[in-house]
Design a protein around this ligand. Structure first.
Ligand code: GDP
Ligand code: MG
Length: 182
């Protein structure tokens, strides 16, 4: 049990009750659906047109496993691969690295982000194949996603920002659980 123990930590923590705040950073190439996933999680709605250059941090009060937590979401908007990663590397308590299952290039393009995230070995990473509703046009098999995730030792899910809210929420809540475990 962690009760009463303190340990070095780069995010706000209440040791007796787990993390009070979890900072989730979404990474991936332009167009993979980071903003759509963020908006879906925050509003339960799918917004199809979202400014691709807009980067911001949003906040949502959640209850995960009966414990309240403030989830801060940084929806990044890198234009050409990971640049200026200092802005989120130490801030993050979990990374969601996103690609689009109907776009092989986005899958190749997510790998530098996995490498960047692994510069923080204590910070959990979830690999996320988005646009599951585009299954008919799939260019990345589930097995390929799963294999990449095991290579980086991270969890793996496939979702769609335009289908049900609960499976998108589940991914963010899983990020909270992983961050709490660290
Ligand atoms: P970002 O650059 O990673 O923030 O990507 P956006 O969230 O702006 O999404 C890029 C494009 O993909 C937009 O036209 C979205 O409407 C579309 N999109 C995002 N998520 C999904 C999804 O789950 N399914 C489908 N079909 N389109 C999506
Ligand atoms: Mg965006």
């Amino acid at each position: 049990l962690m009760f009463g123990k303190t340990r070095p930590c780069n995010f706000a923590a209440v040791p007796e009750r787990g993390l009070a705040e979890v900072n989730v950073v979404l990474l991936g190439v332009t167009g993979c659906g980071k903003s759509a996933l963020t908006v879906k999680f925050l509003t339960r709605r799918f917004i199809s047109e979202y400014d691709p250059h807009l980067e911001d941090i949003y906040s949502s009060e959640e209850v995960v496993d009966q414990q309240p937590v403030v989830v801060k979401v940084m929806d990044t908007a890198d234009q050409d691969g990971p640049v200026n990663s200092e802005r989120y590397l130490t801030w993050a308590s979990a990374f969601l690295v996103v690609y689009s299952i109907d776009d092989r290039k986005s899958f190749e393009g997510c790998q530098p982000y996995l490498q960047t995230a692994s510069l923080q070995p204590e910070t959990p990473v979830i690999l996320l194949g988005n646009k599951l509703d585009m299954d008919r046009y799939r260019q990345v098999s589930k097995a390929d996603g799963s294999a990449l995730a095991s290579r980086f030792g991270c969890l793996f899910f496939e979702v769609s920002a335009c289908l049900d809210f609960l499976s998108v929420q589940r991914v963010f809540h899983e990020a909270v659980r992983e961050a709490r475990r660290e």
